[in-house]
Design a protein around this ligand. Structure first.
Ligand SMILES: NC(=O)c1ccc[n+]([C@@H]2O[C@H](COP(=O)([O-])OP(=O)(O)OC[C@H]3O[C@@H](n4cnc5c(N)ncnc54)[C@H](OP(=O)(O)O)[C@@H]3O)[C@@H](O)[C@H]2O)c1
Length: 282
């Protein structure tokens, strides 16, 4: 068995579950993060039985608040000293503005700030287990992002499509800024659009939800959605590649706003403050 540990957030369902399954098939140690212990444990059992691979664990963690994400990072650091790959997969598409205990809009928290906290907190461990990789599951819809750093983090410019796109744009700006900071550390970070995939993302009730359900029947399977993230997490073909955005398995130039280094730095500094980080290793 390969003793490197691969952590997958949102590993209990959708693309994350398919990623965890594919990694287990590669006989690596998989830790899936689930906010629901029962769902997480039943996914572990399903993967172990399907792959006949025992080295699959669940860690319960909620990415919905700054405090619970820090708690998750602490648990992972204490429990898994061999972590070398972090796949920030968990994501949400909100239909209305909701804020958490820190007044942070929920999808900004889960889609951007939680990956920011986990990546920066776990980095010393990943650096100790090089070569390490961070894979951010992004979305091609980032191109619809406009991003107002005075409003977006708090949902003050909330719209259903715009906020999702803005949070993915933030995740992409973060990927590029982190890549610069960890250059030559032995750890790389890249972002990936996994395809348009039939999962629970963005599900709603009512007539709109019914129409979406019909449309989703024509979308790709979670297994198809796992292919590019797993390739980015494991393939020797991408060894040393750092700070890139992949549309499936094709390295693709990002749009102008996602290449705005001044905006990326401003977001970085804001994220440090919102995450209540006292120190940062790079
Ligand atoms: N589906 C697509 O077409 C598509 C396209 C582009 C990008 N993506 C991206 O792919 C990633 C995976 O999405 P998916 O399509 O597989 O959606 P999904 O089926 O809804 O799965 C999302 C996962 O994130 C978890 N999650 C949500 N909020 C969380 C929280 N506060 N704490 C911990 N975990 C939380 C969910 O846990 P629960 O089961 O407990 O809710 C679930 O495991 C997302 O980043 C999404 O933006 C998807």
């Amino acid at each position: 068995m390969n003793h490197k540990t691969y952590v997958v957030t949102g590993g209990n369902t959708g693309i994350g579950k398919a990623i965890a399954m594919a990694l287990a098939q590669k006989r690596v140690h998989v830790v899936l993060v689930s906010r629901n212990p029962q769902k997480g444990q039943s996914t572990v059992t399903e993967i172990q039985q399907a792959t006949r691979h025992e080295a699959v664990d669940v860690v319960v963690g909620d990415l919905g608040t700054v405090a619970s994400t820090h708690q998750l990072a602490t648990t992972l650091l204490e429990s898994y000293p061999h972590m070398s790959v972090l796949i920030n997969n968990a994501g949400i598409w909100m239909t209305k503005r909701e804020t958490n205990e820190d007044n942070i809009e929920q999808s900004f928290m889960v889609n951007h700030l939680a990956p920011f906290i986990l990546s920066t907190r776990l980095l010393p461990c990943l650096t100790a287990n090089t070569p390490g990789r961070i894979v951010n599951v992004n979305a091609g819809l980032y191109v619809r992002g406009k991003l107002d750093l005075d409003k977006t983090p708090y949902g003050e410019d909330f719209s259903r499509m715009g906020t999702y796109a803005n949070t993915k744009l933030c995740n992409l700006l973060f990927t590029r800024e982190l890549a610069k900071r960890i250059k030559d550390s032995g750890v790389t970070v890249n972002a990936v659009h996994p395809g348009v995939i039939r999962t629970h993302l963005g599900d709603t009730a009512g007539i709109g939800g019914m129409i979406l359900g019909v449309v989703k029947r024509f979308w790709g399977t979670p297994e198809a959605g796992a292919q590019a993230p797993v390739w980015l997490a494991t393939s020797p073909e991408v060894e040393g590649m750092n700070g890139h955005y992949f549309d499936l398995q094709t390295a693709t130039e990002v749009n102008e706003i996602a290449r705005d280094d001044a905006l990326g730095l401003k977001l970085w500094n804001l994220s440090v403050a919102l995450a209540k980080l006292e120190t940062f290793p790079v």
